[in-house]
Design a protein around this ligand. Sequence first.
Ligand code: GLN
Length: 201
Amino acid sequence: VPMKVGVLALQGDVREHIRSLSDCGVTATSVRRPEEIAAIDALVIPGGESTTIAKLARSFQVFDPIVERIRTGMPVYGSCAGMILIADTVLDAIDGQETFGGIDAVVRRNAFGRQVDSFETDLNFAGITDHPIRAIFIRAPWVESVSPDVKVLAAVDGHPVAIRQGALFATSFHPELTGDNRVHRYFIESVCKESIKAGAL
Ligand code: GLN
């Protein structure tokens, strides 16, 4: 049975993630209801607006179910706003901004600043050893600091932009927009499969 990977479909670029995941050979489906969160093996949280996604997660009553599944070891990949949403601590958050949490890291929203609101660059990515990853950043966060349990996989000017802690994986950038599925494949083949083997599921 192929793994069933949900893409949180409250706001953001859901369709592109579903396409990238499907290309990796898993069953990818959009999820926005508690019973859908209960039925998946892994979750992708797309880019969008972290404050909006958190509020919608409350109104669709999936906020607590997602926190609980993260706590019990479900693999999660958060991209951009999704990175913010799985970080334990957020800088430059709005008043009362909530996150699901899980990764023991401090993430700064909109960190790259106004003049480079959006940019593209080639990144070396630990764990993906063939040619560099073309990374698209859109009002992206960066990682300000991490606990020793968090692995930094890629950085821009010394700021981590891809991190992993066990079953949780996050990038500041948007691999779903490039047609290169290696980052999704890394999530499926490394993060998810290792977590399943480790008995986290
Ligand atoms: N700036 C957005 C936020 O704070 C993230 C942008 C994105 O996901 N492309 O949620």
